[in-house]
Design a protein around this ligand. Sequence first.
Ligand SMILES: [Zn+2]
Ligand SMILES: [Zn+2]
Length: 350
Amino acid sequence: METKDIKAFGTEAAEAPLKTLDIKRRAVQAHDVEIEILYCGICHSDLHSARNEWHGTMYPIVPGHEIVGRVTKVGDHVKNFKVGQLAGVGCMVDSCRECDHCKNDLEQYCDEGSILTFNSPDKHLGGHTFGGYSQSIVVDENYVLHISDKLDLAGVAPLLCAGITTYSPLKHWKVGPGQKVGIVGIGGLGHMGIKLAKAMGAHVVVFTTSLSKFEAAKELGADEVVLSTDPEQMAKHSKSLNFILDCVSAEHNIDSYLNLLKVDGTLTLVGAPMEPLPVTSFSLLLGRRSFAGSAIGGIAETQEMLDFCAEHNITADIELIGVNEVNDAYERLLKGDIKYRFVIDMASLK
Ligand SMILES: [Zn+2]
Ligand SMILES: [Zn+2]
């Protein structure tokens, strides 16, 4: 298959810093869209994968799955995209398209495993897929999203992972007006959760371990902020929440949050702590509560989320950086020193 050489930013080893690399993209096929990448967000999973912390990383790796850019070429059979339009790519670039989940717009739960934007087997070129820290990407149009030109494009990039990861469970558990919804943690995910739950009409209560984040949570739209380390403040919300979106990726006490749920309430995890989280049976039994999880969202739902954000003027709060700042950004990410998402200006990749 014909290929095109492009520049990317990635690494050849877990211990090595990221640097400029040369990679190949396939030539545009009948159903493909080629996108010049303008912005790419930095997700925690980029860092975990680059450093092989979740194991199974194939090197060289080019991370990045919060991609916004402009269409530069389309294949002969492409129906929904035209050269010059804005386009986005999130965490997936393909899936089997035949299993029940793919047929029901749940490609993220494909039985065969969806093809992720980076570090998945590349069925076209062999080897593995390369992500958005790069000049361009070629993706089947069925896995490409339309991006509104109404919003700040750099701020839109994180919607492709952090946005859909929080939107999908809020929708699935039918968050809306008249409900009290808890958001645990104010990071890349949590800050999107606050904005989206608020826009859906819920009364939003934010839980944080840090007094210093109270103001920030209010600015993001929180109706109330609770210091989760203070048992008295926690007790005030006992058995009062309809739904909790838990965005924390570190060890934390799930029971103390389950006990804030009303009867039939659900706590859904979107953070990914490495260690198992203990749950006391009675926290679930007494109140018929559910402890659930959720992973990104399907392609149709991702488009719905992008349209919702355009309608409600929602973008991520970001810090725009050049590729040469990515290694420093990873260190700052580990310290939580970012409000709330780094986005790379891909014009800086030469
Ligand atoms: Zn991500
Ligand atoms: Zn499938």
